[in-house]
Ligand binder design. Structure first.
Ligand SMILES: CC(C)(COP(=O)(O)OP(=O)(O)OC[C@H]1O[C@@H](n2cnc3c(N)ncnc32)[C@H](O)[C@@H]1OP(=O)(O)O)[C@@H](O)C(=O)NCCC(=O)NCCS
Length: 183
């Protein structure tokens, strides 16, 4: 059971009782604004998503972590590693991503959790390269990528839905050397 601790957050595996908080987060239009077609997810879709997140962990030696705020025990969202099958042109690769409930935005949690997940990917799973993919207008996410040292690589479009995305990346060497710098 892989768990990670940061100063303020606990990154852990999924539990069935995460569904309520996950469904509330995925029902928030502001949270979902830049995710795929921007539609909110209903409870059955979120339940399928939860099963998918469990499956990623079963199929790979990595996955998306549930995030709890250590001080309060509150569920804040998720961050971690997955496989971006929705963008065939970058495959095969590993993607780092994040999604937080809105009440937890703006406190540096995404960067704190993703920093731990990136370290896990490079130092404990021996990854050679990690990408991160965002809607081109998702400036908050762009900022998190920059703070992680992930340089902007190129812009493209998701074939399934025409979403304009920017692809950022960091190699193992860049990570070990302190980041890819900002573009
Ligand atoms: C993206 C997300 C995870 C960021 O979470 P967070 O914990 O607020 O992120 P952090 O606090 O670590 O960093 C956010 C950065 O964006 C900056 N920021 C906030 N609002 C911004 C805006 N409107 N435009 C540009 N930058 C902005 C913050 O100032 C901060 O940068 P700083 O530390 O240099 O000041 C959160 O907004 C979220 O869950 N969004 C919805 C889901 C989503 O879009 N996921 C990503 C898909 S690629």
């Amino acid at each position: 059971m892989t768990t990670l601790q940061t100063e303020r957050l606990a990154l852990r595996q999924w539990r069935d009782d995460d569904l309520d908080a996950l469904a509330a987060m995925n029902a928030d239009p502001e949270v979902m604004r830049y995710i795929m077609d921007g539609a909110v997810r209903d409870r059955p879709q979120t339940e399928a998503g939860l099963r998918h997140m469990v499956k990623i962990w079963e199929e790979h030696a990595f996955g998306l972590f549930a995030i709890d705020v250590r001080e309060t025990g509150e569920f804040a969202g998720w961050a971690g590693l997955s496989v971006p099958e929705f963008l065939p042109e970058v495959m095969p690769t590993v993607e780092i991503g994040w999604r937080l409930a809105r009440e937890h935005w703006g406190q540096g949690y995404a960067t704190e959790a993703a920093t731990a997940a990136l370290r896990f990917g490079f130092e404990e799973r021996g990854l050679e390269r990690v990408v991160s993919i965002r809607h081109r207008e998702n400036d908050r996410s762009r900022r998190v990528m920059e703070k992680l040292g992930m340089a902007h690589g190129f812009d493209t479009v998701v074939p399934a839905n025409g979403q304009p995305v920017a692809v950022h990346a960091i190699s193992r060497d860049q990570y070990l050397g302190g980041g890819a710098g900002e573009s």
